[in-house]
Design a protein around this ligand. Structure first.
Ligand SMILES: C[S@@+](CC[C@H](N)C(=O)[O-])C[C@H]1O[C@@H](n2cnc3c(N)ncnc32)[C@H](O)[C@@H]1O
Length: 372
């Protein structure tokens, strides 16, 4: 305990120190135990640039306290940053988008793997810090923007264009990020339909969100339109849990790493229009306790819905939480086919789908925002 006391005394004067803990040395995802200050010495031997002291020093240099409203929980364990980078198979020549780079601990690992990194950071103080830290590094650019509002395509296209002619195997970029938990759903909705520019999206999410996005099963209350959305656009995989003790300041919840392998348009389930498809899915779940023949009545008369359910091989009494992505696709296409002129609202939806086809790609991707 002498070491612990000594280290505690040497900590910089910053609020919330008394509640802070650092990760276990063998930071195997899975260990839930909170590690005391005693372990700091051990963590700092792994990566002195981004350990507990360095993070505090970096924040102090800008007179900053971590801001809860910006979800500022900094990663103290470089092993986890390396695992995130490996989960995306980042290699020489890759272009990587990092959302919320903070002090740049993950950024450093990405750059060391040979990637060119575009970082989007909302906090201007962290942007200053990153510019100082990576000032002499080629292949790094940081923009001070709110990711939720930024037009990511216009930033990515020039970077991808620049790579043409380089001897690199991948033509699409990757996303690797430890994001603030409060923008997780926005990030997922915005990025997953971008399979034309991103091949993988690897995110460190709140564990509960990770489980809800990847593992929600049929017939449970967690099964929502977002699950249909995630599986429509990607192949998600829960990789590993990251105990809360790996962050400063320590959040009240654990985190987990999820990879989303993005599909490209030809591999999306075949629907006449994604707009009308997701409108139907949302409507179906609006009346979660209701049978589909009732909740979709505004689209088609219930006998038409029953007929489509029957043709899809589903019970006429089906409820939304009983349908897989494939079932919804079949149902949607059958309603379109069977409904024809009789389904007035569907005709309206078809008009919308024509409009949507005329929309620029940049607007189309924001449609995911409608998913709940
Ligand atoms: C959980 S911290 C992660 C920091 C760093 N990646 C790490 O692993 O230590 C989240 C970071 O996202 C930034 N941030 C918060 N909201 C943001 C937004 N809307 N757009 C971009 N960055 C944001 C915060 O300022 C913070 O630096």
């Amino acid at each position: 305990m002498t070491t612990a006391t000594h280290l505690c005394h040497s900590l910089p004067p910053i609020a919330s120190l008394s509640t802070a803990t650092v990760p276990a040395c063998n930071s195997s995802a899975g260990a839930r135990t909170q590690m005391p200050f005693l372990r700091i010495a051990c963590a700092s031997t792994r990566s002195q640039d981004d350990d507990y002291h360095a993070t505090l020093k970096a924040l102090n240099s800008k007179g900053r306290f971590p801001r809860k409203s910006l979800g500022q929980h900094y990663m103290l364990n470089s092993e986890i940053n390396e695992q995130l980078t490996r989960a995306a198979n980042v290699e020489e020549g890759d272009v990587v988008l990092e959302i919320g780079p903070g002090t740049g601990s993950l950024t450093k690992v990405l750059i060391s793997s040979g990637a060119t990194v575009l970082a989007i950071e909302k906090d201007p103080h962290m942007v200053d810090l990153l510019r100082e830290r990576f000032e002499s590094t080629d292949g790094f650019k940081v923009l001070q923007e709110d990711f939720v509002k930024c037009h990511i395509r216009s930033h990515m296209f020039p970077m991808l264009e620049n790579r043409k002619g380089l001897n690199t195997s991948s033509t699409r970029a990757k996303v690797v990020s430890n994001i603030p938990f409060n923008i997780s759903t926005d990030v997922v909705k915005q990025l997953l339909p971008m399979g034309d520019i991103f091949s993988e999206v690897v995110l460190l999410l709140q564990e509960e969100t990770a489980v809800r996005l990847v593992e929600s099963s049929l017939r449970t209350s967690e099964y929502r339109p977002i699950n249909i959305f995630v599986n429509f656009y990607s192949e998600p995989e829960y990789k590993f849990r990251v105990p809360r003790t790996n962050f400063f300041p320590q959040p009240n919840v654990d985190a987990a790493v999820v990879t989303f392998k993005l599909k490209q348009a030809p591999d999306y389930p075949s629907v006449a229009s994604t707009k009308s498809f997701f409108s139907m899915v949302n409507s179906a779940f609006n009346g979660k306790r209701k049978m589909l023949r009732r909740s979709l009545q505004h689209i088609c008369p219930s006998n038409e819905i029953e007929r489509a359910l029957g043709d899809a091989g589903l019970p006429t009494t089906s409820r939304p939480e009983e349908l897989t992505l494939d079932d919804f696709v079949k149902l949607h296409n059958l309603i379109e086919l069977n409904g024809g002129q009789r389904c007035k609202s569907l005709v309206d939806l078809q008009c919308l789908s024509q409009l949507s086809k005329a929309m620029p790609q940049s607007q189309k991707v924001s449609r995911g925002q409608e998913i709940t």
